[in-house]
Design a protein around this ligand. Sequence first.
Ligand SMILES: Nc1nc2c(c(=O)[nH]1)N[C@H]1C(S)=C(S)[C@@H](COP(=O)(O)O)O[C@H]1N2
Ligand SMILES: [Mo]
Length: 302
Amino acid sequence: MPSRHSKLAWSDVTPKHVWMTRRQILAAAGAAALVSPRDGRAGEGTGASLEPNTLEEISSYNNFYEFGTDKSDPARYAAALTTDPWAIEIGGLVERPGTYDLADILKGKAIEERIYRFRCVEAWSMVVPWNGFELRALLEQVGVRPSARYVAFQTLFRPEEMPGQRLPILDWPYVEGLRLDEAMHPLTLLATGIYGETIPNQNGAPIRLVVPWKYGFKSIKSIVRITLTEAEPPCTWNRQNPREYGFYSNVNPAVDHPRWSQATERRIGGGLFAPRIPTLPFNGYAEEVASLYAGMDLTKFY
Ligand SMILES: Nc1nc2c(c(=O)[nH]1)N[C@H]1C(S)=C(S)[C@@H](COP(=O)(O)O)O[C@H]1N2
Ligand SMILES: [Mo]
């Protein structure tokens, strides 16, 4: 993430036929209703600009430091990750703590498609058609105790399969957290797929968080533990560099990163000469989420 040289990904020069291929694939899959209820409501004006990136773009330009710091490392190394069987240990301030098999978690959960803007703190963005279910459905299933105020998440620690974890790049395992109301918000997803297919390992298989109004690093991948807590949980990037990364990390064009502007973004796949586009408050989801932060000074709680 702190990489400052903007290396060109192959996706910067994606030829038009790749888009066509994707459209054909979608047509073949009968995925006609690509426009989700969340589309085009806030922000970018035309629904056309919420055209999803190609699966190729979404799965070849990744941040997943467990597999290395280069954007191409996850696509190169994540295939080695065993994602089945998979269990999530759910504990802390819940009524029914336990180790839940992913297959059991998925039982009875309606998997929806949600087309979300996704904005990395490094000022690039994508549009991703996720498949998943609302985190709140899982939290309601395990029963949140009244004293719980935050939700803590933890990624798998398995250096045998995650070569980046053999190096002290970050304080492993990767951890993240949300305030309970953020976690219960209907926009907050647990994603298990992209484009109707199993989520690629490099995107956080078999299950990862997606919080579309926050910078990408809040959307923790390959989750093995969820803990309801009373105190604000530690977050990997905040712990790494608290001056640069706060707990909230809401997308905010008015608050720059200490080392670069957050006012605009580069949409992956837009081409070499595509103009940067303005970044929207809360990444375009202000209408849905701004009220969660009413009265808070967002320059202080960044
Ligand atoms: N476990 C874990 N989760 C992670 C990361 C990581 O390095 N490890 N990177 C984060 C960052 S910085 C971003 S931008 C997104 C990238 O998600 P994507 O590869 O699906 O686009 O994942 C986030 N989740
Ligand atoms: Mo990121």
